[in-house]
Write a protein that binds this ligand. Structure first.
Ligand code: NAD
Length: 288
């Protein structure tokens, strides 16, 4: 029985971090310490885990990370005050507002306050618009990580049919736009599916590259995957069996030619690309 090769996100993320360390050293030699500011509101446990992994990863490449931990009852005015302060602080090069925010805070409105020049999550309307216009600046980290993983693994997207399951602002929609860009990391034919797509299995079967970002454990089974397809599993679902993706890994591995694991696939790449955006922001920042 065939078994897919496993696309090792940890390994590729390590390569990316190694390259970043060289760029950070050059920045520091020129007097700039790259710094990332994270705003974390409330006590949502998974967010605390993500923020800690960003802090650790930042430290590993020499980026300073400052986290503002704000209480669950923080008002929108307090949140916007923090974002505005960092927007005008020249020592902070990148700003992240960790999602999700507590229900009383408008996530879209908060994101829109982040200066596009410091928007290392690439999620402000300005940077999403630039991507759609074909003039990308800061790319959203997860889609950028997926494209980086495919490119470094030698999986061409040009002329391939990529099916994306999920249409979120964070993953599905920006990824579709990224893969539609002209150039050797794009030039794909892209289909985006979502919760109202009636014939999901049939559409997925048409994919040369299948990217699943639905947040539904076990959604993609082997009968939905074409023999030899490349499968990228973005999903992270906490279950009684631990962290699992959206793809039935064992069964799909018998049909796919390559597949990303969960954990150890897209996740480490997301963090690495976020750091890459921070270094890029520090490199672009005006110097005295
Ligand atoms: P979301 O909930 O905002 O969007 C999910 C999308 O999937 C929606 O567009 C919805 O229409 C679609 N969907 C849901 N059920 C479906 C179904 N049965 N059939 C077809 N489509 C369906 O989620 P998100 O923020 O895009 O995240 C998706 C998943 O990816 C989550 O598990 C999240 O934790 C994970 N994620 C992982 C990383 C990482 O770095 N590994 C980063 C971001 C998100």
């Amino acid at each position: 029985m065939n078994s897919a090769s496993v696309i090792d996100g940890k390994l590729v993320a390590r390569q990316v971090r190694r390259e970043l360390r060289t760029r950070v050293a050059a920045l520091k030699a020129a007097g700039t310490v790259p710094k990332l500011g994270i705003v974390l509101v409330g006590d949502f446990a998974p967010s605390e885990i993500y923020v800690r992994s960003k802090e650790r990863a930042g430290a590993r490449v020499g980026i300073e990370v400052q986290t503002a931990r704000l209480g669950t009852k923080t008002s929108f005015e307090e949140l916007s005050g923090r974002i505005r302060t960092w927007n005008s602080d020249e020592t902070i090069h990148g700003i992240i507002v960790q999602m999700p925010l507590p229900g009383h805070l408008d996530e879209s409105a908060a994101l829109a306050l982040v200066s596009p020049d410091k928007d290392v999550d690439g999620l402000t309307p300005t940077n999403l618009g630039r991507l759609m216009a074909g003039e990308p600046a800061f790319l959203p980290a997860t889609p950028a990580g997926i494209v980086e993983l495919l490119a470094r693994g030698g999986f061409e997207t040009a002329g391939r049919h990529v099916v994306i399951v999920g249409r979120s602002r964070l993953v599905g929609k920006p990824l579709a736009n990224l893969l539609l860009l002209k150039g050797d990391r794009g030039d794909a034919t892209v289909t985006v599916c979502h919760s109202r797509t009636p014939n999901l299995a049939e559409v997925c079967l048409g994919a040369d590259i299948l990217v699943v970002a639905a947040g539904r454990a076990g959604l993609v089974t082997s009968d939905m995957v074409r023999q030899g397809a490349v499968v990228v599993d973005v999903g992270t679902n906490r279950t009684e069996h631990g962290l699992v993706g959206d793809v039935d890994f064992a069964a799909v591995s018998t049909r796919a030619s390559a597949i990303t694991p969960v954990p150890g696939g897209v996740g480490p790449m997301t963090v690495a690309m976020l750091l890459a955006n921070t270094v890029k922001a520090a490199e672009a920042a005006p110097r005295e």
